[in-house]
Write a protein that binds this ligand. Structure first.
Ligand code: ARG
Length: 458
């Protein structure tokens, strides 16, 4: 039995049912659907469409249905097309005739939009907190390896030495922008569609502003057609997650490189690596590869929904039901990546001696010699050219840059720049990679983390 039996002569075909049912996945929305319905019931009571006694019965009934879901004892009926119909069907079974009043002045179109906003609003907060946990893990790894440094790369060629903390903080800043986006999205999406009805509102005397307030929305919709058809908040969430996923993917790629024998800058704990079914020596960074691999489907979920939406005429269309699975999938997958990656970083051993040897590659001192010449008044282009010739000579002769510099007339005074760690310590400009600048950065970073935590929790 469907909820629209009145005008139909024959029941829905099995084929259409199989195509259109969504209970199998949208049951995940039960908490938020019931929360929305409780707000709606209170709105109906305030409008005089339910008596106080009816509203109380419906409230208690909805709480009971929620408990049945919580405890895993909710028994779906073959007619439960989606979570909204399942809850209404069960509420009517429990409450009798008064249950049939719950859908007064409401359509599943404004109901599902409300439910999904309530769900997404909570999910964005939870996701923001998870991202901050990963930021904390990065900061902890940096603190444990405070003196460690490594080559910084451009074009994946050694460029300049950087503190490990500077390198990890670079990821942290990107993640903090992700949190900023989540919080910003949560604020923009916090508009209640409840009361829009199927498309055009209702002739009944409801007050959408009141239910909006009851449900913790910052305002009610202004346009009923926009209210039932707007899924921008889902798209934005999928984008936020996709970009977060891209950041996680880049971190994953880096861990894959670092843990390879070729780099050997780090190893992950045994509990965060896998073996090979054939090769006994293998220790694989699958966690990092999956962090990288999952980003593909996160991007796919975003582009898939954008394509679903692009041709839709106003207002509600059943296509919109296709918003849920990508949303649930992206949230679930990115959550798993965040948790696993946090653990993987915590388990990481950084091979500081090996990384320092790579960073003390004397070619990386070339820029320091050039900058010293600049301090003596040489124009930078001329300094670059002069040191470039010294580098060319070293490479041609297969000797170290330090020896070429030591043997030269004009550069010999700069051999002290080749002392291990010197080039790193010299990077002092604001935001730079050396210890003095990084200490200042750390204060700024920790302040931003605290600010973001406050905003996520507010
Ligand atoms: N399960 C539907 C969805 O997710 C609920 C709304 C159905 N509305 C309708 N007019 N068929 O969008």
């Amino acid at each position: 039995m469907t909820l629209w039996g009145g005008r139909f002569d024959s029941p829905m075909s099995q084929a259409l049912w199989d195509l259109s049912e969504s209970f199998s996945f949208d049951r995940a929305l039960y908490v938020h659907d019931i929360r929305g319905s409780l707000g709606h019931v209170e709105g109906l009571r305030a409008a005089g469409l339910l008596t106080d006694a009816e509203a109380r019965i419906l409230g208690e009934t909805l709480e009971q249905v929620r408990r049945e879901f919580d405890e895993g004892v909710f028994v779906p009926s073959a007619s439960d097309e989606d979570i909204h119909m399942a809850i209404e069907r069960r509420a009517t079974e429990i409450a009798g005739p008064v249950g049939a009043k719950i859908h007064t002045a409401r359509s599943r179109n404004d109901q599902v939009a409300t439910t999904l906003r309530l769900f997404t609003r909570d999910a964005l907060g939870a996701l923001g907190a998870r991202v901050l946990d990963l930021v904390d893990a990065l900061i902890a790894v940096a603190a444990r390896n405070a003196d460690a440094y490594l080559p910084g790369y451009t074009h994946l060629q050694r460029a300049q030495p950087v503190l490990l903390s500077h390198h990890l903080y670079a990821h942290a800043w990107a993640l903090l922008r992700d949190v900023d986006r989540l919080v910003d999205n949560r604020q923009r999406m916090n508009v209640s569609p409840l009361g829009a009805g199927a498309i055009a509102g209702t002739s009944l005397p409801i007050d959408p502003a009141r239910t909006a307030q009851l449900l913790g929305f910052s305002e009610a919709f202004a346009n009923s057609m926009d209210a039932v058809s707007d899924r921008d908040f889902v798209v934005e969430t999928l984008f936020d997650v996709a970009l977060l996923g891209v950041h996680l993917s880049r971190m994953g790629e880096e861990l894959v490189l670092w843990t390879s024998a070729e780099f050997n800058f780090a190893s992950l704990g045994d509990d965060y690596t896998t073996g090979s079914s054939m090769l006994p020596q293998k220790k694989n960074s699958d966690v990092a590869e999956l962090a990288r691999g999952k980003s593909g489907r996160l991007i796919g979920n975003l582009t898939g929904l954008l394509v679903t939406l692009k041709g839709l005429p106003l207002s509600y269309n059943r296509d919109l039901q296709e918003d849920k699975e990508p949303l649930f999938d992206s949230l679930r997958q990115v959550d798993r990546v965040l948790v696993a990656l946090s653990g993987a970083y915590q388990s990481m051993t950084f091979h500081a001696a090996r990384a320092a040897t790579a960073a003390d590659d004397d070619l990386l001192v070339a820029i320091d010699i050039a900058e010293s010449l600049v301090q003596q008044g040489t124009p930078f282009r001329a300094a670059h050219e002069r040191v470039g010739r010294a580098v060319g000579e070293a490479v041609r002769r297969g000797v170290s840059l330090a020896s070429v510099v030591a043997d030269s007339e004009d550069l010999a005074g700069y051999v002290g720049l080749f002392a291990p760690g010197h080039a790193l310590n010299a990077r002092r400009s604001p935001g730079a990679s050396g210890p003095v600048a990084v200490a200042a950065q750390r204060t700024r970073l920790e302040e931003r983390v605290r600010e973001m935590r406050r905003r996520v929790e507010s």
